[in-house]
Ligand binder design. Structure first.
Ligand SMILES: NC(=O)C1=CN([C@@H]2O[C@H](COP(=O)(O)OP(=O)(O)OC[C@H]3O[C@@H](n4cnc5c(N)ncnc54)[C@H](O)[C@@H]3O)[C@@H](O)[C@H]2O)C=CC1
Ligand SMILES: CC(=O)N[C@@H]1[C@@H](OP(=O)(O)OP(=O)(O)OC[C@H]2O[C@@H](n3ccc(=O)[nH]c3=O)[C@H](O)[C@@H]2O)O[C@H](C(=O)O)[C@@H](O)[C@@H]1O
Length: 418
């Protein structure tokens, strides 16, 4: 089949690669020219295990071609929409999805299947089908087919999860779901469950909201553990030995493109709600402040004047192993610190624009705060690094330091035991 993938970001590029490597001819439409050029030269613009080898192969075999020209999509039998769905002033910004749909309306033929993979508020896929009907004069379920196939992959494991995760596929018409199932069977080995488009939208948003609310609960436990003199990580490990308890991990906050906005997408058109989901968001959004409070407690203990202090934030990415800084709590932390301490430095081995060498970053510094759980941060030689620092303060915002390093003032989110 000729397949058009619209939006070649963290989701669209791996998806385009998977369709291409399972034998389809894929045209990837992307508005960013720099991204298109990089992809066509066989290099990915994002960090993800296996992506460069896989991309090189499908580009060399001429199975995938990126383009900025919508007309290159003509003749496609299926279109997969993978554009971003951010918040704008706390409301879902669906303009990217709508623009993609308008582009498809200009180039699609009768019989085409349009799949929205982007995470969208309930009702959006049906609305987009109606928009396509208005723009083309054709009818969904008769002349073309629209489905929602929400993406569930976890960055860092995308190529495995694309194949082995189960998928929910919701059709605007029942036939749309069946056609989309057949298409995804090109590479999906997990189960595929068919439902309506609006149910599929709600399922996706419920999954991420479940995670966000559970992380908020863990964060609240962390704050309580600090007051009770308990190590929350040990307490969680023990509580999770119960057969029906699965507490999440507390930390400096919840970032990424999805978890911080998907609960709001779920609530965006709701007439009634209980407020639990919003409260969980507030708890998670407040976590960088909790880390700053710990830092100031350490300053007081060490007799350091905050206005003269140099603080190093270790990690800018929203979680370990990625270069993605969207909605990262580390960025929020940096912003908070910039107004309250003398100098803020950053070090992240995955993110450009930060210090290249951790030793340079820590030289003459008064404190380090771990904001991202990069693997590299779990085994840092603190004895050696401490000797470069002016004051040895270490704040663990990610619960990755089990044993506080010697001669440091060590505090951590949820570490009431230190
Ligand atoms: N990043 C993730 O881990 C996951 C994301 N999702 C959902 O998938 C969707 C995409 O997310 P990401 O891939 O992270 O976003 P992204 O921002 O990395 O990628 C979107 C791409 O679409 C391009 N684009 C926007 N409008 C376009 C248009 N009209 N024509 C052509 N290209 C266009 C953008 O330039 C960008 O490169 C979102 O709805 C997100 O919620 C779902 C599961 C996981
Ligand atoms: C329900 C679920 O597990 N959703 C996944 C999630 O992926 P995402 O990369 O956002 O991963 P995440 O591990 O939940 O991390 C989000 C944020 O939450 C933080 N985090 C995560 C788990 C935890 O116990 N504690 C915690 O503080 C992370 O540090 C990070 O800042 O959201 C993805 C998405 O929709 O974009 C989705 O495809 C993934 O399957």
């Amino acid at each position: 089949m000729k397949i058009g993938v619209i939006g070649l970001g963290y989701i669209g590029l791996p998806t385009a690669i998977m369709f291409a490597s399972s034998g389809h001819n894929v045209i990837g439409l992307e508005i960013r020219r720099d991204v298109v050029e990089k992809i066509n030269s066989g290099r990915a613009h994002i960090i993800e295990p296996e992506i460069n080898e896989r991309l090189k192969k499908v580009i060399a075999e001429e199975r995938l071609k990126a383009t900025t020209r919508p007309e290159d999509l003509r003749g496609a039998e299926a279109f997969i929409v993978c554009v971003q769905t951010p918040l704008l002033d706390d409301s879902p910004d669906l303009s990217y999805v709508e623009n993609a749909i308008r582009t498809i309306a200009e180039v699609m033929d009768r019989g085409a299947l349009i799949v929205i993979e982007s995470t969208v508020p309930p009702g959006t896929t049906v609305r987009m089908a109606r928009l396509l009907e208005d723009l083309t004069g054709m009818r969904e379920g008769i002349d073309f087919y629209v489905a929602h196939a929400p993406e569930r992959v976890m960055p860092g494991r995308i190529f495995k999860e694309l194949v082995y995760n189960s998928r929910i596929i919701g059709g605007v018409s029942p036939k749309a779901a069946v056609l989309a199932e057949k298409l995804y069977r090109s590479f999906v080995k997990g189960k595929i469950y068919l439902t309506t488009a609006t149910t599929a939208e709600m399922v996706k948003l419920m999954e991420n909201t479940f995670r966000d609310v559970n992380i908020a609960l863990a964060n609240e436990f962390a704050i309580l553990a600090q007051q009770y003199g308990v190590n929350v990580f040990e307490a969680i490990r023990l509580a999770n030995t119960h057969p029906r308890v699965r507490i999440h991990m507390p930390g400096i906050g919840v970032g990424g493109h999805c978890l911080p906005k998907d609960p709001y997408l779920l609530l965006s058109s709701a007439k009634k709600e209980f407020g639990l989901i919003r409260l969980a968001r507030q708890v998670n959004e407040n976590m960088p402040k909790i880390a700053v409070n710990l830092l100031f407690e350490a300053f007081e203990r060490a007799g350091v004047d905050p206005s003269r202090a140099t603080v190093v934030v270790l990690g800018l990415a929203y979680k370990g192993g990625t270069d993605d800084t969207r909605n990262s709590p580390a960025l929020k932390l940096v912003k908070l610190l910039e107004t309250r301490v003398g100098e803020v430095r950053t070090y992240d081995p995955y993110v450009g624009g930060t210090h290249k060498d951790i030793k340079d970053a820590l030289r003459e510094a008064d404190a380090a705060i771990i904001a991202t759980d990069h693997l590299e941060f779990k085994t840092l030689p603190w004895e050696e690094l401490g000797s470069l620092m002016r004051t040895r303060i270490l704040i663990d915002g990610r619960g990755i330091i089990a044993e506080p390093p010697a001669d440091f003032i060590f505090l951590g989110i949820g570490r009431g035991d230190v």
